[in-house]
Design a protein around this ligand. Sequence first.
Ligand code: CU
Length: 227
Amino acid sequence: MPGGPTRKPHGKYVIAYNKITKDRYLPTGPELTQSAQLYDISGEKMKLILDFPTIGEPHYAEAIPASLVMPNSQKIYKLEENKNPYAALGEGKARVERKGNEVHVYMTAIRSHFNPDNIEGVKLGDIVYFHVTNLEQDWDVPHGFAVKGASNAELLIMPGETQTLKWTPEKVGVYPMYCTDFCSALHQEMQGYIRISPAGSNVPLTFSTGTNLPKPTTTPVADTMKK
Ligand SMILES: [Cu+2]
């Protein structure tokens, strides 16, 4: 009812979700569809406008004027107000840092790429923290973040927000990381890779964006093979 349980509802209509349904609709399964009714309450007597099947078993609904909601709606979080200590407030701030066996990825997301989107030098036994900041400052552009193989969760990051996903890799390999929330026509390209090297290997921690491989910092493979 518009305005909730009140004797003076605003609006002209009321909807009832508690109408008895038995034997009224086609027998489509053990339980049949539920039933609802819409009334016009603008006149002296309420008038039935529509009697219709509905799904689930809704018991209550409440309508309120948009004017009560709109002034309080949150469209974005302002980046300049982001005080998350793990935020990367700009692509230039994106980086990967090692602290003992913890690897902290300070990542940014903006249509349609992550920065960095290619990470090497994480080893089995490390714990990876992806701190992802959504740099968007436009309404309705959340980005998602997931790593294939992470068994806990994924992130849904609102514009201007920073969220953290903790991941303990369990196997050596190359893992895709990707946006899980449709964000633009190039959403499917919003992805990257992180390599997990064997425990104790000496692969240096490197990261890059938009390239297949970070610049080699050790002896090129070709030289090693000549020996
Ligand atoms: Cu996205």
